[in-house]
Ligand binder design. Structure first.
Ligand SMILES: NC(=O)c1ccc[n+]([C@@H]2O[C@H](COP(=O)([O-])OP(=O)(O)OC[C@H]3O[C@@H](n4cnc5c(N)ncnc54)[C@H](O)[C@@H]3O)[C@@H](O)[C@H]2O)c1
Length: 252
């Protein structure tokens, strides 16, 4: 049975898009959710609405990860799940990406995921193990010219995930680590991309639902269902794998 009842789960980047959908679904399924984000206003509002805890966090700050884990240990006594979801998507190809864009992308996606996994494992070792989910992308699997730094970072997250999964299994830590690879899902990040790259304002379409279907774009809950499954014990034999959720967009 898929149950996340009473599991203590951190979701980063939870004030918008996929992270918000994850937090909402986990809370609705009776998990104890700690939402983090740099967007305090939206984060606090959503947390209040769903009965979650909000913690302001820039995932690219190492010290903030330590503070978050201290709070979780003090207030909840354990950690069962971490969803490393926070991210940015700079639209720039190999010829136009600046060093500043490259470094910012790496610090949020790679440093943030690294510190998140490292600090979560420390606390999960004192709990009964746990489940870590790293949000990658189909950009880690196929060439997307407009997302140079993003693709490189997401590819790094994919490989980091597998390394962590094997380590935790070898060390018998009872901690699983998997990556999720969404295709295009309707969130503010993708609305910006569709506007920039195709000149279409999705939010102004007369029938957003139909527009989404016409463009082959999924919904945040398509990802939240997978997150809920991977946090639950129903996925206890699922480890080190890459869950592609793109309705066959990148199947070759
Ligand atoms: N939407 C998609 O189609 C899609 C596809 C593949 C992968 N992803 C990945 O899913 C994740 C969520 O994307 P989304 O579409 O929901 O985007 P979004 O822009 O709607 O939400 C991203 C959230 O991350 C937060 N954030 C940004 N920088 C942060 C930082 N330094 N520290 C903490 N929080 C920060 C933002 O404030 C925002 O709330 C990202 O990692 C993204 O790369 C999304």
């Amino acid at each position: 049975m898929i149950s996340v009842k009473d599991k203590v789960v951190i979701v980063t980047g939870a004030a918008s898009g996929l992270g918000e959908a994850d937090a909402r679904m986990l809370a609705a399924e009776a998990a104890t959710v700690i939402m983090t984000d740099i967007n305090t206003d939206a984060g606090e509002r959503i947390a209040k609405e769903i009965g979650a805890t909000f913690f302001e966090q820039d995932v690219s700050s190492e010290s903030r990860w330590a503070e978050l884990m201290r709070l979780v240990e003090n207030d909840f006594g354990r950690l069962d799940g971490l969803v490393n979801n926070a991210g940015i998507a700079v639209i720039a190809d190999i010829e136009s990406t600046t060093t500043e864009q490259w470094r910012r992308t790496m610090s949020i996606h790679l440093d943030g995921t690294f510190w998140g996994c490292q600090s979560a494992i420390e606390l999960m070792k004192k709990s009964d193990g746990g489940s870590i989910i790293n949000m990658s992308s189909t950009a880690a699997l196929v060439g997307i010219p407009a997302y140079l730094a993003y693709s490189a970072a997401k590819g790094g997250i994919r490989a980091m995930t597998k390394s962590i999964a094997v380590h935790c299994k070898q060390q018998k830590l009872g901690i699983r680590c998997n990556s999720i690879h969404p295709g295009s899902i309707s969130t503010p990040m993708v609305h910006t991309a569709v506007k920039t790259l195709a000149g279409i304002d999705m939010t102004a379409l007369p029938d957003v639902e139909q527009g989404r279907k016409d463009m082959g774009i999924g919904e945040p809950d398509d990802i939240a269902h997978m997150v809920t499954y991977l946090i639950s014990d129903a996925s206890k034999h699922v480890n080190g794998t890459e869950m592609v959720i793109d309705n066959a967009d990148t199947v070759v």
